[in-house]
Design a protein around this ligand. Structure first.
Ligand SMILES: [Zn+2]
Length: 63
C-alpha cells in the first residue's frame, strides 16, 4: 500500500473591506468557487483559519 496525500486548493482573493464603518484594514477571504466569504478581521490568522476549515468542508470546490 502506498500512502498518497492529495492536496487541492481553491483560488483565494484578498480584498479590502470598503464598508464606511469598517476598521481601517481588515483581512477577508472569499472562495472563488462558491462565493462564500470569511469573517473580516484585523488579524490575518482568522480568515486564514476560515480558509482551512472551508477547504476541509468543501473539498469539491477545487474541481
Ligand atoms: Zn468554497
Amino acid at each position: 500500500m502506498t500512502p498518497r496525500s492529495v492536496l487541492r486548493y481553491e483560488t483565494w482573493t484578498l480584498q479590502p473591506d470598503r464598508e464606511p464603518d469598517a476598521e481601517p484594514v481588515l483581512y477577508a477571504m472569499q472562495c472563488a468557487v462558491d462565493g462564500e466569504t470569511s469573517p473580516a478581521s484585523k488579524d490575518f490568522a482568522e480568515p486564514q483559519d476560515w480558509v482551512l476549515r472551508h477547504c476541509g468542508q468543501n473539498p469539491d470546490d477545487a474541481r
